[in-house]
Ligand binder design. Structure first.
Ligand code: 9PG
Length: 482
């Protein structure tokens, strides 16, 4: 059929017109297109997975080394010879507009080659098909997703201080109490402890560096008007953890009964089978426990692990299993707890979490070329990788708070140029989520003042093109960084 002057050959169960495009239904749908080896809008599976335009002229290259694949993108498709993405995707047409296909439920794959754009799902679903300007089709898709998956994060996102991108896991009670004290006079709303407080991945109890227990930090933050925040990775555990040793049968295995690896850092770790009733009650008590310690902002990380391919106790699709586990967590946390999902399958998290990390980790340096170019891995920590993927996920803004990761104000321990630091600061403004990890004592007077002004500012944000914005009166163009 003809759409916007182009001939597309559509096969789908049903097709009906909707505002801005068409609704298709079926487990698989296929659109023959006339654009040849054009650009493909790839949308990676989870927070850290690549999102951006890639060329169909080059074959997809598997991420190296293989052990890293489970935590980079959907490992089910790590070796796919065809370009693909998760949930949604598109092709650039001859006139620069976009042929777009997006599923209205989680669990779908989009594939593209020089002849077809395909949608593949393990269950019946509806799809939105459109041809138009990138901004318009993505905005319309977000509206449709809001109806099927729900929306959270309507109030402005909180301003967060997070311990990761300065101290990494080298945190302690005394250091954190000092940091909280130093934050006085800076308009933060959340003080979030990151990785480094726990005994082990899986054993979510304070380690020896937090001798008075986790409530101490929470109380001190609160007494200074800050919401206490805590990082945890509820769906994973290391083999050295007591959790794993006591319950090896709680962990996800493949058809052969072998444990499914969830990733290779920390000497490797495994994923819980979140459909097991015993695991579900363990998860709920974990969340109630940290709530009891006083934390009201939870950065839940490595969430993809619950949706990895494997054989589960309950016969649900993997993204349904994940979504159900998130629902149980939300129920245990209560509605007044802010949940930031990180390393999280994107579509399957919508409607259940308040904030969503939309890119890989930033770093105080621009590129991670060894991994990005030679190992075909665009998910390594770097300002560039974070900026690129986050920019291609801003269409999610009407559905959830979109977290592009922290911005830097410090020059200490930082290789970013002033312009690169400014790009990350602006990215946070356009994404609507402001966070930093800069310890106040690392900032000189001028840097502290810049941070304060940035935290206080509430400029109007107008998107004028895929990569161009008006922030207040200022024109900002991110395309020169891409
Ligand atoms: C804490 C960090 C921070 C950060 C998260 C997440 O080895 N890896 O592939 C790997 C990927 C991401 C990652 C850490 C390790 O970062 O995004 O903000 O919370 O965990 O460990």
């Amino acid at each position: 059929m003809q759409i916007q002057g182009y001939e597309f050959n559509i096969s789908a169960g049903r097709l009906e017109e909707t505002l801005g495009g068409y609704l298709l239904s079926g487990k698989t749908v296929q659109i023959g297109h006339p654009f040849g080896r054009t650009l493909f809008f790839k949308h990676g599976w989870q927070s850290w997975s690549e999102a951006g335009w890639v060329s169909l002229k080059e074959s997809p290259q598997p991420i190296q080394p293989p052990e890293r694949r489970p935590q980079c993108d959907d490992p089910a498709y790590a070796l796919s010879p065809v370009h693909g993405g998760s949930g949604l995707g598109g092709l650039e047409g001859h006139d620069g507009r976009m042929l777009f296909l997006g599923a209205l439920r989680p669990g779908a794959r989009i594939e593209a080659d020089r002849l077809y754009l395909k949608g593949i799902c393990d269950h019946e679903t509806q799809w939105f098909l459109a041809y138009g300007e990138q901004q318009e089709v993505l905005t319309r898709y977000a509206e449709l997703l809001a109806n099927t998956l729900g929306v959270r994060g309507q109030q402005p996102a909180p301003r967060v201080w997070c311990s990761w991108y300065s101290y990494y896991s080298d945190i302690s009670e005394s250091k954190m109490l000092e940091t909280i004290a130093g934050l006085q006079g800076l308009p933060f709303e959340v003080f979030q402890l990151d990785d480094g407080w726990q005994q082990n991945m899986g054993d979510w109890e304070p380690n020896h560096k937090f001798p008075s227990g986790m409530s101490t930090i929470a109380l001190r933050a609160q007494s200074q008007g800050l919401t206490p925040g805590l990082w945890l990775a509820p769906f994973i555990a290391r083999p050295s953890s007591s959790l794993f040793k006591e319950h090896p049968d709680w962990f996800l295995r493949d058809e052969q009964g072998e444990l499914v690896s969830a990733g290779s850092n920390w000497g490797g770790y495994y994923a819980l089978d979140v459909t097991l009733p015993a695991v579900q009650s363990w998860l709920q008590s974990l969340i109630q426990k940290v709530r009891g310690w006083g934390y009201r902002y939870l950065k839940l990380d490595f969430l993809f692990a619950a949706a990895l391919p494997g054989k589960r106790h309950a016969n649900e699709s993997r993204e349904e299993a994940y979504r159900e586990a998130l629902r149980l967590i939300r129920e245990a946390a209560g509605d007044d707890v802010y949940i930031l999902a990180c390393g999280a399958p994107i579509l399957a998290s919508l409607g259940l979490v308040d904030g969503l990390r939309i890119g890989p980790d930033v770093a105080p340096y621009w590129d991670n070329e060894d991994r990005r170019v030679y190992l075909h891995d665009p998910t390594g920590p770097s300002a560039y990788n974070a900026l690129r993927t986050s920019l291609h996920r801003l269409w999610l803004k009407p559905l959830v708070h979109t977290d592009p990761d922290v911005a830097y104000f410090r020059t200490r321990y930082n290789l970013l140029t002033p312009a690169q630091r400014a790009a990350l600061q602006d990215l946070a403004l356009v994404a609507g989520f402001k966070a930093t990890s800069d310890p106040p004592e690392w900032l000189d007077g001028e840097e502290r003042e810049q941070l304060r002004e940035w935290l206080e500012a509430t400029p109007s944000i107008l998107q004028t093109g895929p990569y161009t914005f008006k922030i207040g009166g200022r024109e900002v163009d991110f395309s020169s960084w891409l």
